[in-house]
Every structure is written in C-alpha cells, then in structure tokens.
Design a protein around this ligand. Structure first.
Ligand code: ATP
Ligand code: ZN
Length: 283
C-alpha cells in the first residue's frame, strides 16, 4: 500500500502536542527540528513538518493525505478538506478587540472603522453577516500593536488567555470564531484503509485521555448503590476480595465529572479508591 503523508506544524503552538499525539498512537519517528520530512519506522507514514498556513492547501491538493492544523487556518485558507476529528488542543478564539478607552460600544460602531488582522477572509465573512462595513487592514503579524501606532481603530486576532490584549491596552469586544486543532484529510484519501486505521488510533488515544481507570473496594451490601454510579466501557468488573463480603470494583469514569463522581462513590460506601491514567481504549 502507498505510504501516507501527514503534515504537522514544524514549530509553534501546535508542534509539541501534534508530535505527542502521533507518538501516543504508537508511531516511531525522529523529531529533528532541522528536517522537513521524517519517516515512521513502524507504519507506512511520513511526517511533513510545515508552516501551519501551508497545511490546509497541502492536504487539499493531496501532497499530504492528512494534516493537523487549527480550524482558524483552514477557514482562512478556504481549503476543501475533510474534518476527521477535533483534537482538544490549540484552543483559542478569534476576537475583535478595541482599545480600553474607546467609544466603540456596539458592533454597528465598527462601521467605517479600520480593523487590523491576519485573518481578512474570516473577518470579512463575519462583518458581511453582521451587515457591517469596516476597512479591513491585512497585516502579517504583531496585530495587537496597530491601534497604539494609529494604524487601526480595532483588531481581530487570536486570543487564548487575553494577556496579550491586556498588556497592549485592548479589551475583547466580539467573538468571531472559536478554534482548536483538528485532524483533516484530503477528500480523495478519506476512505483509504490506512487513514481509517490512523483515525482509530487517534480516537483511542483521545478516549483514553478523557477517562480514568478506577479500582475501589466496597462491601456487598453497598455494591448495588456503587455500581449504579459507574458506567465502565460495558459495565464494571466485580472481583471478590480475600475478606468475606467485600469486593473490588474496576471501571473507567469520564474525566469531566471526575470529582463529583468520586464523592458520590464515597457516600455510597466505596473505600480505598485508586485512580489510574489510561493509555488507550480500543472499542
Ligand atoms: P507558523 O510559523 O507555523 O506559521 P504561527 O506563528 O502562524 O506559526 P502559532 O502562533 O504557532 O502560529 O499558532 C498556531 C496555531 O495555534 C494557531 O493557528 C491557532 O490555531 C493555535 N492557537 C492557540 N492559541 C493561540 C493563541 N493564543 N494565539 C495564536 N494561536 C493560537
Ligand atoms: Zn502561521
């Protein structure tokens, strides 16, 4: 079968998490900063290290079969690719921000104002939908300093914590889009068997990250109350302890309501609760 190619960011905010995800999928490769391409020794795959802006088009054109990139970049390039899986990292929002001491109160106040951005396509669509006509100033970086320099009245930029805005005397004003890293594929290779195998591996790693493995002890009298709180992959496993009338319950629980679930379990009679990370869950 043909060797696949996956494009990931060479350096920057998505590089480390993309490499980690692929390594957790059991793929062995060298992660030299200097190389553009790295073969995987135990899967018919090559990793291409690129600037994030180039990834959607490489995937659209089939130069890479797969890619990991922010949704913001896909939408800005308007590349025709298939979204396979959200990856849960690189989360950020594209926001319009205005100087703290500003008379812009509502979106309509942006009419006729200059907005600096590196995302003219997404911003242009957003303003059009809102029926607002602003002067979009496309610049290639350091967008946040442009109001201070008198280059624009507002900016449209990616924000995660908001710290950069604050330190430049700006405040968030309107949400344009939210984004996270996604796994994409070329439309032509979407149904390829190796692509499917890789998606399954990625999903099993993501599922494992969202769940914890839990072992606890409970008296037989409280077993029903405890298992009622536990889903497990199918259902929890129950194992007899050496001490009569006591059992150990093994199960997985979702990370998101973890602490609530643990306190409910304790109230229901669970003791000696041991929680472990999971590497993979294959369904
Ligand atoms: P490249 O050199 O590959 O072009 P870049 O400078 O354009 O890199 P980064 O700053 O590394 O890009 O950001 C890559 C992606 O990380 C963004 O496109 C976005 O999806 C995501 N991201 C998450 N949080 C932020 C943030 N606070 N600011 C910018 N990007 C963020
Ligand atoms: Zn970039």
């Amino acid at each position: 079968m043909k060797t696949l190619k996956i494009a990931i960011q060479k350096s920057g905010r998505l590089n480390e998490k993309s490499v980690e995800l692929l390594k957790n999928c059991g793929l062995n490769f060298e992660n030299y900063k200097s190389s553009l391409i790295s073969p995987v020794s135990n899967f018919p795959l090559e990793i291409l290290f690129l600037r994030d802006d180039d990834i959607p088009e490489y995937v659209q054109d089939g130069i890479a079969d797969l890619g990991i990139v922010g949704e913001n970049v896909i939408q800005e390039t308007e590349a025709e690719v298939s979204y396979l899986q959200r990856l849960g990292f690189g989360k950020c929002s594209l926001k319009i921000a205005v100087p703290n001491n500003n008379d812009i109160q509502s979106l309509t106040d942006l009419n006729g104002k200059a907005i600096a951005t590196t995302y003219p396509v997404i911003l242009g669509k957003f303003l059009k939908e809102q029926g607002i006509q602003s002067d979009i100033r496309t610049i290639s970086g350091s967008v946040e300093i442009s109001p201070g320099l008198g280059l624009s009245d507002a900016i449209c930029d990616l924000v995660s914590t908001g710290g950069t805005l604050k330190s430049n005397g700006l405040k968030p004003f309107a949400d344009v889009m939210t984004s996270e890293a996604v796994l994409i594929s070329c439309k032509a290779t979407e149904d390829n068997e190796l692509v499917k195998e890789l998606i399954q591996r990625v999903q099993s790693v993501l599922r494992a990250k969202e769940t914890k493995y839990v072992v606890l002890n409970v008296h037989q009298d409280n077993l029903e109350a405890v298992t009622a709180l536990l889903p497990g992959v199918k259902s929890p496993s129950v194992v007899n302890l050496a001490e009569p009338d006591w059992v150990a319950v093994h199960t997985v629980i979702p990370e998101r309501d973890f602490w609530d679930r643990i306190s409910q379990l304790k109230q229901a009679g669970a003791q000696g609760i041991v929680v472990m990370p999971i590497e993979k869950i294959i369904l």
